[in-house]
Design a protein around this ligand. Sequence first.
Ligand SMILES: *Cc1c(COP(=O)(O)O)cnc(C)c1O
Length: 229
Amino acid sequence: MIRENLEQVRKNIAAACERSGRDPSEVVLLAVSKTKPAEMIREAMSAGQRAFGENYVQELEEKYEIFGDSADWHMIGHLQRNKVRGVIGKAGLIHSVDSLRLAEQIEKESAKRDTVTNILIEVNVADEESKWGFTPEETEAAVRHISGYEHVHVCGLMTSAPITEDPESNRVYFRQLKELFDHIGEQKIENTDMRILSMGMTGDYIVAVEEGSTMVRVGTGIFGARNYN
Ligand SMILES: *Cc1c(COP(=O)(O)O)cnc(C)c1O
């Protein structure tokens, strides 16, 4: 089932790229494996999947213990400052940097380990009460501030658009984030790359790819519904 789902998602990404005149190799598929057991990850890996997204530090640590660097691990969930230590050196990319204090903690822990940690800046593009992240207006200043850290490298932006039945209603947010991404990229800020635009989940990744996403985070569409009990 996982193999078929992966094939279908890859096909959908390729078709969305074709419609929007993009090269499918520009889009990385991140399989969101939170709450899912190691066997399912193994199955996805045997179907050629390499990159996995996790939301909880302890779960990421457990899966890293099992698979190590045979897969690429991404931290996509809200990260508390006192948990940062657990992901340094394990997550190749932290998508969910939503405050300057968190970035500062990542800098500190990375310096201790003499490593540079790749991050994305999370943007609350729809200005939802319930969501973490910088407002679009704050984002450029945040990127500039964090670019001064030696052990943190900003690689782009991330957003989680509103949960909706109609993915078309998120198109405007994806378009807005892509504009911000391009605008910040044009500033050529030192020690910063705008090369990863992480947007699109199971419900809306096709629209996100049409609007310029370079990394989609798909969980349910690959592994099936999650059970939190
Ligand atoms: C859980 C999660 C996803 C995947 O959600 P699906 O709807 O299952 O594809 C993507 N991004 C973030 C930040 C998540 O927490």
